[in-house]
Design a protein around this ligand. Structure first.
Ligand code: NAD
Length: 270
């Protein structure tokens, strides 16, 4: 077979928040180009179901699952220890876990907080997962990638809200995308740039991917308001980030580091 720049055969990748909507899509993206996976999340039950399903479809790839809380350094270290014991040559990390508010069918939003009412506890909780968690995973799994002579990649999952502010008018009156989300996603880009220059000579590339909103059972009212802000006039399908992830994780992007790949139907252009 002709060498494909996209092929990830024999390469292991850790995905955090792998039980969620996009975590599973990232897993499929990498399995489609022959990667081996270490899927992690706080929700072990969902991880088990995902492993069962994917193992049947991708019989040549190895899929390991671990319960791991990205906000707890000990929990991350435990997984690192297990990977070392298994002699796993880690190639990549997808920093995907975050607390992300969801718009429900009835137009209500989970984790909505008026800026004036934000509690420090809520601010810290979101940061612990979305930003500190990403840093801790980069630190620990990055060290493991460094021990791999061929180097590897770290991909940080940001959002279109890493480059634009939320338009509060699209949400139900009185509900708001919490301020933490905006600040965390801008911070993720800072983390990406930092790692890309810090490990520039160690063969670790670090890039971010910034998805726009995925259509996933939100109220019609919300979808209609949001799609008018998007040049392509629709929200994303959950599988539309797979190609970008494959590009960023493989040699197809080997001259690229420190960048933010924005895939938002053009929303941030307007
Ligand atoms: N879905 C979208 O429309 C969208 C758009 C832009 C960006 N994103 C980003 O994509 C990523 C994934 O989003 P999603 O829609 O799949 O979210 P999701 O809520 O479906 O999944 C998030 C996952 O993270 C896990 N998680 C939460 N706290 C954790 C912790 N402490 N340690 C480990 N895992 C933890 C959850 O159990 C869940 O499985 C997030 O970074 C999100 O900000 C999503």
């Amino acid at each position: 077979m002709k060498y494909s720049q996209f092929d990830l055969s024999h390469k292991y990748f850790v995905i955090t928040g792998a039980s969620g909507l996009l975590g599973k899509e990232h897993a499929i993206a990498l399995l489609d180009i022959n990667a081996n996976l270490i899927l992690t999340d706080i929700n072990l039950l969902k991880l088990k179901l995902i492993k069962k399903k994917l193992s049947r479809l991708y019989i040549k790839s190895k899929i390991l699952i671990y319960k791991m809380d990205v906000s707890k350094e000990k929990s991350i270290s435990k997984v690192v220890k297990k990977l070392k014991a298994e002699k796993i040559n880690l190639h990549g990390l997808i920093n995907n876990a975050a607390i992300d508010s969801k718009i429900l069918k009835n137009n209500k939003m989970t984790n909505t907080d008026k800026f004036e009412n934000i509690s420090l506890a809520s601010w810290k909780k979101h940061f612990d997962v979305g930003l500190t968690g990403a840093m801790l995973c980069a630190k620990h799994f990055g060290k493991l990638i460094l021990s791999n002579k061929k180097g590897g990649v770290i991909i940080n999952v940001a959002s279109d809200l890493s480059v634009i502010a939320p338009n509060h008018q699209i949400y139900k009156k009185g509900t708001f995308k919490p301020v933490m989300y905006s600040v965390i996603k801008h911070g993720i880009i800072g983390l990406t740039k930092y790692i890309s220059t810090y490990w520039n000579n160690k063969k670790i590339r670090c890039n971010a991917i910034s998805p726009g909103a995925v259509e996933n059972g939100q109220s019609k009212n919300f979808i209609n308001k949001l799609r008018k802000q998007i040049p392509l006039n629709r929200l994303a399908n959950k599988n539309e980030y797979r190609g970008a992830l494959q590009f960023l994780c493989s040699d197809a992007s080997k001259y690229m580091t420190g960048q933010n790949v924005i895939i938002d139907g053009g929303r941030s252009v307007w």
